[in-house]
Each structure stands twice: as structure tokens, then as C-alpha cells.
Design a protein around this ligand. Structure first.
Ligand SMILES: [Zn+2]
Length: 399
């Protein structure tokens, strides 16, 4: 067996080889017959290549599958030790570093608070986080680095165009980190990573067309068309948060006015709540922060709504109306099988869902809407982690 932490280029050198490895790691444990069905390759090709992959230690025969007539199939699974990698998730408030393997087993985890930090400090913490994972016992075996960042990203170049939380513009993350660590680096934005994770590893993988709408401090989306993430010509597709839903609306983080993000993100939720309280409306939220309006966070609004606070509920329903409009726009443009709504806003789901669904029903064309499923996910961060591991693994196997 080859060393399990090196990817043998002869074993996964061809397109069919990487197609089979990727199918096994996303769908495994899986039989050779099912691999052939999913990939369109012939049974002898699958048998031949999977034999080679077993020999090189990339996959193994895991167990005997369910009886469905004829011989019980042997199921194949990827060797979880196949690739150690370092992942850094740069979120709005914290930076989390993981040493994780291709089987999604986390071996090390670190976390830094990055609230109120500026570009330079965040980049130096990024370096520290990678260094910390890299210097651990298994870290030396890392084959690649994956970075999740908020805001628009040009993934091929690894360029973070704009980060709403860090406040930076055009930071060449891939270039900077590759230069420092001499490992291949893959960069993806949180929404697209979330879409990839939910799609490839969740219950939705048999759906071919889906849009994952993430509503947190910002709003973004990941678009799956014909089973593939749609990135767009300039690698910038999915910026639904910056489509205008109110021409006279408030200033958005992108510099435009009245974007969906400025009307319906968790930041917008906080802004309208603060404004209403300042205008004289009473609310539990105000008591929770002892009158300090700067201390209001989305969690206070969800908690107040749970207590029956009328203002908090009204604010959530206001935001729900705009998220419904955003979802209706998505449905009219893509006619998807699924719109999956994720992100922090899902905490307010019980107060928002009815309004959202009502608006979607009113605003989306019946022909586009009738077959669409609208669902909610509270697994966003886990999905994003799975998604970036997928991006790294695919990148490694195609190299
Ligand atoms: Zn905008």
C-alpha cells in the first residue's frame, strides 16, 4: 500500500479514476454496480479502476451490502486517512482552524476571537491558526489547506474580493498562504461551501437543481445546476444578497442601496430593531441589553420573540417578508427543485415561516413554484466544513 497521506498520481491520474474516487467518497459505502450507474462508466471499467484504487490504499472494501437479488454486493468506502488537510473557517466573530482528514474526522481544532480586528491582525491570526494545526503531530501530513471566507470570492484565484466582517477588499488569500506554507490552497465563500456540503453529503444529493440561500450577517447563495455548483463566468455567481428589492432602501455593505442583504440579513434585523426602539417602541430587547443599543445582537431578538415580545416578532416578520421575496426571485429565475434556507436566521423560523411562505406563494409564478420544495437547515456551519473538504479533495484529485 502506498503511504495513505500521499495521493498517488498514477492511481488517480485519469478522469475516470478521479470520477470514481469522488463518487465513492461522497456516496460511500457504495457498490460497484451503483458507481457504474451514477458515473455512466461500464462495470468492467469500475471493477478495474476500483481494484487499482484498493491496491493504492485510497479506498477499501467496507462491508457486504443489502441483498437485492443475486449476489450481495461488497460496498466500497474511501480510506478516511486518505488526506489530512488544514481548514480555516473565517467567520464574522471567530476564526476556527481544523486539522481534518478526507473521511471528515476532525483531529485538531483551534479557535480565535476575531471580533473588532482589522485586516492585518486577521491575516496574522490566519497564519497562526495554520501554523498551529501544521505543527501538531498529524499536521505535518497535511496535503493542502482550505479556507472558508465570508463575502464574494474568486475561487480559482483564491481572491477574497470583499469581506463584510474583516472589511478587506481584494485579498489574495491563496497566493499569500501558498507562499508561506508551500501547500496547495483552496478558497471558497461560506455560502458556496455550505451549498456543496449540503448537496454532496446531505439528503438532497439526488436533486439536480437547487439553490441554497444563506441568511446570516450577510446574504448569499450557492446554486447547484444539473448537479454541479454554478460559479459563473467571473466566479461570482450567487450574489442574491446584492440584488435590489427596494430602490429606496438603506445602504448595503456593497455600497449599493436597497439590496436584499440590507433589508433581510441578521444585520438588517438588528438595525430595524434598534431604530424602532429609538423611535419609542418598547421591547424586551432593550431590557436585555440594559438600554445599550450597540449591544443588541440577533440572539436577543430571537430570545425576546420566544418570550412573546411583540416588537421582536414584528421585526422577524418584516425580515421574513423580504426573505420570501428573495426566495420568490430565486424560484422565478431558476425554477429549482429545492430552495434550502440556512444561516443564523433559521433560529427565528417559527416566527417567520408562515410570512415567508405566504410571500413566496404570492410573488413566485405558479409554473415555477408548484414543484419547488422550500426547506430549512440549521446545519450550515457543518455543511460549510464538509463543502470545503470536498473542494480540497476534488482539487487534490485533479492535480
Ligand atoms: Zn449590496
Amino acid at each position: 500500500m502506498e503511504g495513505v497521506n500521499t495521493i498517488n498520481s498514477k492511481a488517480v491520474g485519469g478522469l475516470n479514476e478521479s470520477l470514481i474516487v469522488n463518487t465513492i467518497r461522497r456516496r460511500g459505502p457504495i457498490s460497484r454496480v451503483d458507481i457504474a450507474k451514477l458515473t455512466g462508466l461500464t462495470a468492467p471499467t469500475v471493477t478495474n479502476i476500483s481494484g487499482k484504487l484498493i491496491e493504492h490504499g485510497l479506498i477499501h472494501e467496507y462491508m457486504v451490502g443489502e441483498y437485492s437479488g443475486g449476489r450481495r454486493p461488497v460496498l466500497l468506502k474511501v480510506n478516511s486517512e486518505i488526506a489530512n488537510m488544514i481548514i480555516v473557517d473565517i467567520r464574522s466573530k471567530e476564526m476556527i482552524g481544523y486539522l481534518i482528514n478526507g473521511g471528515l474526522e476532525i483531529k485538531e481544532q483551534t479557535c480565535y476571537d476575531i471580533q473588532h480586528l482589522k485586516e492585518e491582525k486577521i491575516l496574522s491570526l490566519l497564519e497562526n491558526t495554520i501554523e498551529q494545526c501544521y505543527s501538531s503531530e498529524n499536521g505535518k501530513l497535511a496535503l493542502a489547506i482550505g479556507i472558508i471566507v465570508r463575502g464574494p470570492v474568486m475561487s480559482r484565484e483564491g481572491l477574497s474580493l470583499f469581506s463584510p466582517s474583516a472589511g478587506w477588499r481584494n485579498v489574495p488569500l491563496k497566493y499569500l498562504v501558498e507562499k508561506q506554507f508551500q501547500l496547495p490552497v483552496f478558497v471558497e465563500n461560506d455560502m458556496r461551501a455550505m451549498a456543496l456540503g449540503a448537496y454532496h453529503y446531505g439528503p438532497y444529493r439526488d436533486i439536480k437543481n437547487a439553490v441554497f440561500l444563506g441568511v446570516g450577517g450577510g446574504i448569499g447563495s450557492g446554486i447547484i445546476l444539473n448537479g454541479e455548483l454554478y460559479r459563473g463566468l467571473g466566479d461570482s455567481a450567487g450574489e442574491i444578497g446584492h440584488t435590489v428589492v427596494d430602490v429606496d432602501g438603506p445602504l448595503c455593505s456593497c455600497g449599493n442601496y436597497g439590496c436584499l442583504e440590507a433589508m433581510a440579513s441578521e444585520s438588517a434585523l438588528v438595525n430595524i430593531t434598534v431604530k424602532s426602539i429609538n423611535d419609542g417602541e418598547s421591547s424586551l430587547v432593550s431590557e436585555m441589553v440594559k438600554g445599550d443599543m450597540d449591544a443588541i445582537r440577533p440572539k436577543h431578538i430571537y430570545a425576546a420573540a420566544e418570550e412573546g415580545d411583540l416588537l421582536a416578532i414584528k421585526m422577524l416578520q418584516h425580515v421574513a417578508k423580504y426573505i420570501g421575496m428573495g426566495a420568490a426571485n430565486i424560484i422565478n429565475i431558476f425554477n429549482p427543485q429545492l430552495v434550502l434556507i440556512g444561516g443564523g436566521i433559521v433560529k427565528g423560523r417559527v416566527f417567520m415561516e408562515e410570512t415567508m411562505m405566504q410571500v413566496i406563494k404570492e410573488r413566485a409564478l405558479a409554473s415555477c413554484y408548484s414543484l419547488a420544495r422550500i426547506e430549512f437547515s440549521s446545519e450550515g456551519r457543518q455543511d460549510a466544513l464538509k463543502g470545503i473538504v470536498d473542494v480540497v479533495m476534488e482539487g487534490i484529485f485533479l492535480r
